[in-house]
Design a protein around this ligand. Sequence first.
Ligand code: IMP
Ligand code: MG
Length: 184
Amino acid sequence: MLVPRTTPLITGERICERVRELAVQIVDEYCGEEPFIAAGLLRGCYVFMADLMREISRLGGHVRELEFMVCSSYGSSTESSRTLEIQRDLNIDVRGERVLIVDDIVDTGHTLYAVKQMLLNRGADDLNTAVLLDKPSRREVAIDADFVGFTIENLFVVGYGLDYAQRYRELPHITVLEERPEPD
Ligand code: IMP
Ligand code: MG
Protein backbone atom coordinates (compact mmCIF):
# COMPACT_ATOMS: atom_id res chain seq x y z
CA MET A 1 0.00 0.00 0.00
CA LEU A 2 1.37 3.41 -0.97
CA VAL A 3 0.70 6.09 1.62
CA PRO A 4 2.04 9.58 2.38
CA ARG A 5 4.88 9.61 4.90
CA THR A 6 3.78 11.39 8.08
CA THR A 7 6.94 13.52 8.33
CA PRO A 8 6.82 16.16 5.60
CA LEU A 9 9.60 16.57 3.07
CA ILE A 10 8.71 20.27 2.89
CA THR A 11 6.51 21.79 5.60
CA GLY A 12 3.60 24.08 4.85
CA GLU A 13 5.47 26.93 6.58
CA ARG A 14 8.54 26.45 4.40
CA ILE A 15 6.39 26.33 1.24
CA CYS A 16 4.68 29.54 2.29
CA GLU A 17 8.04 31.26 2.85
CA ARG A 18 9.43 30.04 -0.48
CA VAL A 19 6.31 31.06 -2.43
CA ARG A 20 6.75 34.59 -1.03
CA GLU A 21 10.38 34.62 -2.17
CA LEU A 22 9.41 33.36 -5.62
CA ALA A 23 6.75 36.07 -5.90
CA VAL A 24 9.39 38.72 -5.10
CA GLN A 25 11.67 37.24 -7.78
CA ILE A 26 8.87 37.09 -10.36
CA VAL A 27 7.82 40.68 -9.64
CA ASP A 28 11.46 41.84 -9.93
CA GLU A 29 12.43 39.87 -12.99
CA TYR A 30 9.24 39.34 -14.97
CA CYS A 31 6.28 41.49 -14.01
CA GLY A 32 7.27 44.92 -15.29
CA GLU A 33 4.64 47.41 -16.43
CA GLU A 34 2.81 45.24 -18.97
CA PRO A 35 0.32 42.86 -17.39
CA PHE A 36 0.67 39.14 -18.02
CA ILE A 37 -1.58 36.12 -18.28
CA ALA A 38 -0.94 33.32 -15.80
CA ALA A 39 -1.68 29.99 -17.49
CA GLY A 40 -2.05 27.21 -14.92
CA LEU A 41 -1.84 23.51 -15.75
CA LEU A 42 -4.61 21.77 -13.87
CA ARG A 43 -5.02 20.03 -11.65
CA GLY A 44 -1.59 20.01 -10.05
CA CYS A 45 -1.10 23.78 -10.18
CA TYR A 46 -4.17 24.84 -8.27
CA VAL A 47 -2.79 25.36 -4.74
CA PHE A 48 0.56 26.79 -5.85
CA MET A 49 -1.09 29.10 -8.37
CA ALA A 50 -3.60 30.41 -5.82
CA ASP A 51 -0.86 31.24 -3.32
CA LEU A 52 1.66 32.56 -5.85
CA MET A 53 -0.80 34.86 -7.61
CA ARG A 54 -2.00 36.39 -4.35
CA GLU A 55 1.59 37.06 -3.29
CA ILE A 56 2.35 38.65 -6.67
CA SER A 57 -0.77 40.77 -6.32
CA ARG A 58 0.23 41.88 -2.80
CA LEU A 59 3.55 43.02 -4.24
CA GLY A 60 1.80 45.05 -6.94
CA GLY A 61 2.49 42.69 -9.87
CA HIS A 62 0.11 43.24 -12.77
CA VAL A 63 -1.72 39.99 -13.42
CA ARG A 64 -4.20 40.44 -16.23
CA GLU A 65 -6.02 37.12 -16.23
CA LEU A 66 -5.76 33.71 -14.69
CA GLU A 67 -6.38 30.99 -17.23
CA PHE A 68 -6.23 27.22 -16.98
CA MET A 69 -5.56 24.19 -19.14
CA VAL A 70 -6.21 20.58 -18.31
CA CYS A 71 -3.69 18.31 -19.93
CA SER A 72 -2.19 14.93 -19.34
CA SER A 73 0.87 13.35 -20.80
CA TYR A 74 0.84 9.68 -21.54
CA GLY A 75 3.79 7.46 -22.14
CA SER A 76 5.66 4.39 -21.04
CA SER A 77 9.30 4.12 -20.12
CA THR A 78 9.93 2.13 -23.30
CA GLU A 79 8.94 5.07 -25.48
CA SER A 80 11.21 8.02 -26.05
CA SER A 81 8.48 10.48 -26.98
CA ARG A 82 5.27 11.30 -25.17
CA THR A 83 2.24 13.05 -26.49
CA LEU A 84 0.38 15.79 -24.73
CA GLU A 85 -3.37 15.43 -24.56
CA ILE A 86 -5.30 18.63 -24.02
CA GLN A 87 -8.55 17.91 -22.23
CA ARG A 88 -9.43 21.57 -21.81
CA ASP A 89 -7.67 24.39 -23.57
CA LEU A 90 -7.02 27.97 -22.46
CA ASN A 91 -10.01 30.22 -22.93
CA ILE A 92 -7.95 33.06 -24.38
CA ASP A 93 -5.99 33.91 -27.51
CA VAL A 94 -2.39 34.28 -26.33
CA ARG A 95 -1.10 35.92 -29.53
CA GLY A 96 1.02 38.91 -28.53
CA GLU A 97 0.29 38.34 -24.82
CA ARG A 98 2.89 37.92 -22.10
CA VAL A 99 2.31 34.49 -20.58
CA LEU A 100 3.57 32.87 -17.39
CA ILE A 101 2.94 29.10 -17.40
CA VAL A 102 2.42 27.76 -13.86
CA ASP A 103 2.70 24.08 -12.96
CA ASP A 104 3.27 21.98 -9.87
CA ILE A 105 6.41 20.11 -10.94
CA VAL A 106 8.78 19.59 -13.81
CA ASP A 107 9.72 15.94 -13.88
CA THR A 108 10.62 14.37 -17.27
CA GLY A 109 9.94 17.80 -18.78
CA HIS A 110 7.59 16.54 -21.50
CA THR A 111 4.53 18.45 -20.25
CA LEU A 112 6.18 21.82 -19.77
CA TYR A 113 8.11 21.50 -23.01
CA ALA A 114 5.01 20.63 -25.05
CA VAL A 115 2.85 23.37 -23.50
CA LYS A 116 5.60 25.94 -23.93
CA GLN A 117 6.08 25.03 -27.61
CA MET A 118 2.35 25.11 -28.21
CA LEU A 119 1.91 28.59 -26.72
CA LEU A 120 4.97 29.87 -28.59
CA ASN A 121 3.47 28.51 -31.82
CA ARG A 122 0.29 30.42 -31.01
CA GLY A 123 2.31 33.62 -30.77
CA ALA A 124 2.67 34.10 -27.02
CA ASP A 125 5.17 36.79 -26.18
CA ASP A 126 7.73 36.86 -23.37
CA LEU A 127 6.77 33.35 -22.25
CA ASN A 128 8.10 32.28 -18.84
CA THR A 129 7.50 29.24 -16.65
CA ALA A 130 7.10 28.87 -12.88
CA VAL A 131 7.00 25.56 -11.03
CA LEU A 132 6.95 24.74 -7.36
CA LEU A 133 9.15 21.65 -7.68
CA ASP A 134 11.90 20.46 -9.98
CA LYS A 135 13.23 16.89 -10.28
CA PRO A 136 16.20 17.44 -12.60
CA SER A 137 17.45 13.84 -12.26
CA ARG A 138 14.34 12.62 -14.12
CA ARG A 139 14.63 14.94 -17.11
CA GLU A 140 14.14 13.45 -20.59
CA VAL A 141 13.68 16.73 -22.47
CA ALA A 142 16.01 19.71 -22.29
CA ILE A 143 13.87 22.26 -20.49
CA ASP A 144 14.27 24.18 -17.27
CA ALA A 145 11.66 26.38 -15.64
CA ASP A 146 12.48 30.08 -15.27
CA PHE A 147 11.23 30.18 -11.68
CA VAL A 148 11.60 27.14 -9.38
CA GLY A 149 10.49 26.78 -5.76
CA PHE A 150 12.42 23.70 -4.67
CA THR A 151 14.71 21.19 -6.35
CA ILE A 152 14.12 17.67 -5.05
CA GLU A 153 15.60 14.20 -5.43
CA ASN A 154 13.99 11.47 -7.49
CA LEU A 155 11.10 10.91 -5.07
CA PHE A 156 7.38 10.66 -5.76
CA VAL A 157 5.73 13.36 -3.69
CA VAL A 158 2.16 14.36 -2.87
CA GLY A 159 0.40 17.27 -1.20
CA TYR A 160 -0.02 21.01 -1.89
CA GLY A 161 -1.83 20.15 -5.13
CA LEU A 162 0.22 17.09 -6.13
CA ASP A 163 -1.61 13.80 -6.22
CA TYR A 164 -1.25 10.08 -6.35
CA ALA A 165 -4.26 8.66 -8.26
CA GLN A 166 -6.15 11.91 -7.48
CA ARG A 167 -5.54 11.60 -3.75
CA TYR A 168 -3.65 13.72 -1.22
CA ARG A 169 -3.81 17.02 -3.13
CA GLU A 170 -5.32 18.67 -0.06
CA LEU A 171 -2.33 18.04 2.25
CA PRO A 172 -0.90 21.39 3.41
CA HIS A 173 2.70 20.12 3.11
CA ILE A 174 4.68 18.07 0.60
CA THR A 175 5.53 14.54 1.56
CA VAL A 176 6.96 11.38 0.03
CA LEU A 177 4.70 8.50 -0.93
CA GLU A 178 5.99 5.30 0.64
CA GLU A 179 5.18 1.62 0.73
CA ARG A 180 3.52 0.46 3.95
CA PRO A 181 2.27 -3.08 4.70
CA GLU A 182 -1.50 -3.58 4.40
CA PRO A 183 -3.21 -3.64 7.82
CA ASP A 184 -4.62 -7.08 8.82
P1 IMP B 1 6.52 15.67 -16.70
O1 IMP B 1 7.07 14.29 -16.52
O2 IMP B 1 7.57 16.72 -16.45
O3 IMP B 1 5.82 15.82 -18.02
O4 IMP B 1 5.44 15.88 -15.58
C1 IMP B 1 4.11 15.51 -15.81
C2 IMP B 1 3.25 15.62 -14.61
O5 IMP B 1 3.49 14.48 -13.81
C3 IMP B 1 3.45 16.79 -13.66
O6 IMP B 1 2.81 17.97 -14.07
C4 IMP B 1 2.78 16.22 -12.42
O7 IMP B 1 1.38 16.43 -12.49
C5 IMP B 1 3.10 14.74 -12.51
N1 IMP B 1 4.18 14.39 -11.57
C6 IMP B 1 5.49 14.26 -11.81
N2 IMP B 1 6.17 13.93 -10.69
C7 IMP B 1 5.24 13.87 -9.71
C8 IMP B 1 5.31 13.58 -8.30
O8 IMP B 1 6.36 13.33 -7.68
N3 IMP B 1 4.12 13.61 -7.64
C9 IMP B 1 2.92 13.89 -8.24
N4 IMP B 1 2.83 14.18 -9.54
C10 IMP B 1 3.97 14.16 -10.27
MG1 MG C 1 0.63 18.22 -13.53
